[in-house]
Design a protein around this ligand. Structure first.
Ligand code: GTP
Ligand code: MG
Length: 194
């Protein structure tokens, strides 16, 4: 998709604020700092519509970005950010659970994982959670530019093993630096917003 129109519709803290026009939604999940906002910005050719930062935990609300009046990218707060209180973590969990289990407009969750490292327990839990609720998932390995080509197979296998997948064929390599995987990501996403 060639995007000309993209705008933030709302940074929501509660379900009553979610958009009510029932366009399809594509959610971005993954640990804090993995590159969720960068993924959105890369796909829509913007530098900073979705806010990115070197400080993890910046995205605290559920942010709805309306794209081409056709669908929403839904940037949800990342997990695994150590510097948040137990109370905040519980709030986060409740907000996420409400969105993922109750949102009828959700069509696909893009689960982003850092290509450099083995998946964390939380990554595995997030995938298991989505699969348990029978929600469609696209697994994307971010920051592929940080790993030499000769080591790609090894890192893909590391991700598949950590997630308990029988093969790494369905993991999409992505980089917001080189734009690797951008066109393929669009093709896969477009199937879910028809
Ligand atoms: P939170 O909103 O805190 O959950 O983070 P996020 O998942 O939205 O991550 P964000 O897109 O803000 O990126 C975090 C940092 O990683 C930023 O410094 C980005 O520039 C960097 N980054 C993201 N994607 C890539 C990538 O593909 N390659 C490289 N080299 N850096 C990236
Ligand atoms: Mg973000």
């Amino acid at each position: 998709m060639d995007v000309h129109q993209a705008e933030i519709t709302i940074s929501a803290v509660s379900p009553s604020q979610y958009p009510s026009d029932h366009l399809p939604e594509i959610a971005l999940a993954g640990r804090s700092n993995v590159g969720k906002s960068s993924f959105v910005n890369t796909l829509i050719n913007r530098k900073s519509l979705a806010r990115t930062s070197s400080k993890p935990g910046k995205t605290r609300t559920i942010n709805f970005y309306k794209i081409e009046e056709t669908f929403y990218f839904v940037d949800v707060p990342g997990y695994g950010y150590a510097k948040v209180s137990k109370t905040e973590q519980a709030k986060w969990g409740e907000m996420m659970n409400t969105y993922f289990t109750k949102r009828e407009d959700l069509r696909l969750t893009v689960l982003l994982l850092d290509f450099r490292h083995p998946p964390s327990n939380e990554d595995k839990q997030m995938l298991d959670y989505l699969l348990y609720h029978e929600l469609p998932v696209l697994i994307v390995a971010t920051k592929s530019d940080k790993i030499k080509r000769s080591r790609h197979q090894k890192h893909l296998q590391q991700l598949a093993d950590g997630l308990g997948l029988s093969s790494f064929d369905d993991i999409l390599l992505f980089s917001s630096e080189t734009k690797e995987g951008k066109e393929e990501a669009w093709e896969l996403i477009e199937d879910f917003i028809k």
